[in-house]
Design a protein around this ligand. Sequence first.
Ligand code: URA
Length: 191
Amino acid sequence: MPDPSPAPTRLSLLAEEASGCTRCSLSEGRTQVVFADGSPNADLMLVGEGPGAQEDIQGVPFVGRSGKLLDRLLIEEVGIERSACYIANVVKCRPPGNRDPKPDEIAACRPYLEEQVELVDPAVIVTLGNFASKLLLDTETGITKLRGRSYEYGGRSLVPTFHPAAALRGGADVLAKMRADLVRAKMLMAR
Ligand code: URA
């Protein structure tokens, strides 16, 4: 009988490798590694900060309140479901108490994210918030100054925007800017 299961892809092997990762101390407090969600063939990749409580339990990025807002904005401004995107985070394990990820944790996890970008090879990357934007743009400049234009990342377009949690906290102005940034991403995808 031929084997009915498809050959594992490099991306699925990377996810498997990450599932047992102990490169930093976040591994000690996690329920599970939150590697990614969505399509490995996506034209649009979204990069968040790190899993929260819900994500840690479910093993899927952006399933809490921020995720619900993100899903809605993707449909309303880009015209796509989250399942058509590839969604990952800077760190794959939940920082305790939802604290910010530390530099050594970000550095330990960075190779996973960089390989995810290479393997998915999206046309456009949207970085959500300071951590993803500063990491991929290799800058200390904050998101408020960075956003409003696109950048180049390894031959792809990168659009930095606010984290949806900031839109939930910050109200109409932050939300309007996020919407405008997602429209920019949509236009770049169409090129
Ligand atoms: N915030 C993030 O940055 N990532 C998630 O996956 C959930 C909330």
